[in-house]
Design a binder for this molecule. Structure first.
Ligand code: FAD
Length: 356
């Protein structure tokens, strides 16, 4: 089939749907993208774009904008109470971009949306997907005039497309509620590093977004009462509570329909892999659609996603698990610090999305 004649509908103009639209356009396929929201929401979930994603996004001509708005996080320090026990310089990774690019998801989405519009993609905001019928091999979507050769669900964790396709998603949710705040802080922490603070009950992640604005997230009930010594909150930009999930769709492709991003997998934000995994899904799916064998996408991605979600889950369990032995391990982790040093290259590569 001629690449230009493939008529693709992407449901969801989140980071992953927009990225897929741009990747298809690189190959001459101009998808229609719909999203139920009218505009990009200002409050951001993802902050970290990893080097693997930067390589993928570089092809789309958006990296200069991402770099000009984001900042480079070049190392991570793990703390036990007020004591640093492990320092991991990301700059030691063997990669052209050995850092995590810190940029709020809303800004990443704005950059991708503007690139999509510049490329001439038809992005319709305020248009919800509410179901489809298959007519002579084409997807006719309720409320839209066109019919489509391919239906793609990049429509997030609840994924109405996944539900319509009757693709099961399996897994579980952690019982603990997490808190997240973007707050202006006065503090003594190194602003260029990311900080993970461990305690008996779990952990807290602190990453500076820009100027004195920091992201603080963790599983403590009163997160802002548990900040490092010498830290004071100057103002709260926004805060939220969320539960973390460990879920994967059983399949990614059904006929000429597919799902990707959070529609296909959900896990904890530890390791900053969610959106980044979604970008890698988009690259594989764009390639598979262009090659005329969409099933290749599932064959290639399903084992990799499974492995990553399993590893993120193991990390999360170690950080916030409430079992007695995990609490004990966190309490005495400083004693294991020489051993943990050996694992630094692996932890670094995993976080940067360049692990084997
Ligand atoms: C606290 C937190 C921190 C995180 N940090 C990171 C990080 O640092 N790095 C990272 O890689 N990931 C991170 N993640 C995960 C990341 O936010 C998600 O993986 C990412 O948003 C997934 O993108 P997506 O495009 O698949 O889905 P979404 O961002 O959920 O976008 C889905 C889109 O589909 C639209 N939609 C839904 N239903 C319909 C419908 N019926 N019709 C039309 N449109 C519809 C929605 O409006 C939305 O725009 C974090 C998550 C959390 C909670």
């Amino acid at each position: 089939m001629n690449a230009g004649r493939k008529n693709v509908l992407i449901v969801g103009a989140g980071p992953v749907g927009l990225c897929l639209g741009l990747m298809l356009a690189q190959n001459g396929i101009y998808a229609t993208i719909i999203d139920k929201k009218r505009e990009i929401v200002p409050y951001s979930k993802a902050l970290g774009i990893n080097p693997h994603s930067i390589m993928l996004l570089r092809e789309l001509g958006v990296v200069d904008s991402l770099f000009s708005q984001g900042r480079k996080m070049q190392s991570i320090t793990i703390w036990k109470g007020e004591k640093p026990i492990l320092h991991n310089p990301l700059s030691k990774a063997k990669h052209p971009y050995p850092f995590m690019l810190i940029l709020p998801q809303s800004q990443t989405e704005r950059i991708l949306l503007s690139a999509a519009k510049q490329k001439g993609l038809d992005v319709k905001m305020g248009v919800p997907y509410s179901g489809h019928v298959l007519e002579e091999g084409k997807f006719r979507v309720i409320g839209l005039n066109d019919s489509f050769d391919f239906l793609i669900g990049a429509d997030g964790a609840q994924s109405p497309v996944r539900n319509s396709l009757q693709i099961p998603i399996e897994g579980f949710s952690y019982a603990n509620e997490w808190s997240l705040y973007d707050v202006w802080l006065s503090c003594n922490l190194d602003p260029d590093q990311g900080h993970i603070r461990l305690n008996r009950e779990g952990g807290m992640i602190m990453i500076r977004i820009k100027d004195s604005l920091w992201r603080v997230a963790g599983n403590q009930a009163h997160l802002l009462n548990d900040l490092p010594e010498g830290t004071s909150v100057q103002g709260i930009q926004w805060g939220s509570k969320f539960f973390i999930h460990h879920k994967m769709a059983k399949q990614l492709v059904k006929g000429n329909a597919a799902i990707l991003g959070d529609a296909a997998h959900q896990h904890s934000p530890l390791g900053a892999r969610g959106m980044n995994l979604g970008f890698a899904d988009a690259a594989a799916l764009a390639k598979a659609i262009c090659s005329g064998n969409i099933k290749n996408y599932e064959n290639m991605r399903l084992p990799r996603i499974r492995r990553t979600v399993r590893r993120v889950n193991a990390m999360t369990f170690g950080l916030v698990g409430q079992e007695w032995y995990l609490k004990g391990l966190r309490k005495h982790l400083h004693l294991l610090s020489p051993l943990l040093q050996l694992g630094l290259p692996y932890m670094r590569d995993f976080m940067l999305g360049v692990e084997k």
